[in-house]
Design a binder for this molecule. Sequence first.
Ligand code: ZN
Length: 203
Amino acid sequence: MLGYDWPRLHAALNDLPVALLIAAVLFDLIAAATRRTAFRQASLYTLVLGAAGGAAAVLSGLQAEETIDHGDAVHQVMETHELLAFVTLGIFGVLAAWRLFRENRMGAVERSLTLAFALGGAGVLIATAVYGGRLMFDHAAGIPTGVLRTEAAQRTGGHEHAPGEEHGQEQAAPIDSDTNSAAGPGDPPGGHTHAPGTPEHGH
Ligand SMILES: [Zn+2]
């Protein structure tokens, strides 16, 4: 789509639901503190949109998983990220349905339960994002191997800044294979194999 492969589309689709769901929980907290119905309505709308966006993020992530170049380290982080994402979508999906059906009928106890559920969902959402960030920034997940090699070679060469153009980095640090976690010493160059019983994901 528009030249986007699945990993890029996944990265693009992730921003909106995270922002909406965090906003929904914040509106919910403000509503609990102020008893203003406007905040409660805002939290319901952002929750429903965020849950729908979350479904799109999960679906694109499942597609990205099938296509990215990866080794063992990425595989393990990816499985954790995926599990957390399913739990997040489950919590906010149930919460959205719960509130759509019960919004105008629930009492104080049920309202408090929905808020506790929302706060738990926010915690799992942030954990999902942390693991997604590790995939990207610790393991270059979604970056094709050829692009990674070219970029690593570019960085090793460093570059010169014209006077006044410096931005706090004298020279790019050389890539150190001992500390670069993108490929552990045990990773075969061609990726990895799956242990028996591990779900395959099409690579
Ligand atoms: Zn794998």
